[in-house]
Design a protein. Structure first.
Length: 189
């Protein structure tokens, strides 16, 4: 099983990528390349950097945020390494772990691929489906377009779905060293 993930970005303590304060992990590389994607710079597999699964889990653990959102690029284009990472993440945080996965693959495509399905099953929430600009923005916060589906794989995920907020778009501003980073969806509907 793969031991390294190719990542594009990692932001700690964001509220713009899911419920509560969480770590957002963007994986580098996308075979789907949806038209209108806001992360086109994450399409290429030649960009970003590699990190071992164990190093990444430890880095996130040291930050103390047990909630995690995995986005991309396309996270399920690295299913072996991502599955290994999610298992280690769950082991590290135990019952406190809270994992959301955003994928451009449809749920049918994910179910039809053993590795992708195994990976998705390690998450509390799966948001799946191609981004479609004509169906954007969706009224559900954190969802890019209205064709995308939300699935739960745990009781915690089911609770999130039942309470899913609408019409709220957030951005986070992170300032550190000589860098200012803006994260989230600043559009207002």
């Amino acid at each position: 099983m793969a031991d390294k993930l190719r990542i594009a970005d990692l932001i700690y303590r964001t509220r713009a990528e899911g419920a509560g304060e969480r770590t957002a992990l963007w994986l580098q590389g996308c075979s789907l390349r949806c038209a209108g994607c806001c992360n086109r710079d994450m399409f290429s597999l030649n960009l970003g950097h590699e990190i071992t699964v164990d190093s990444l889990v430890e880095e996130i653990r040291q930050q103390g945020t047990c909630r995690l959102t995995v986005l991309g690029g396309e996270p399920l284009d690295q299913p072996e390494a991502l599955t290994r990472f999610l298992r280690r993440y769950r082991e590290s945080f135990g019952n406190m772990s809270d994992i959301w996965l955003f994928s451009g693959y449809t749920y049918q495509e994910i179910k039809g691929d053993r590795l992708k399905n195994e990976c998705a099953g390690l998450c509390d929430i799966l948001v799946s489906g191609r981004f479609v600009p004509a169906l954007s923005p969706d009224s559900r916060v954190w969802i890019g377009s209205s064709n995308q589906e939300i699935r739960s794989f745990t009781p915690r995920g089911t609770a999130y779905i039942e309470e899913w907020p609408r019409n709220k778009f957030d951005i986070d501003i992170h300032i550190s060293d000589n860098e200012v980073r803006i994260n989230g969806w600043p559009l207002d509907t």
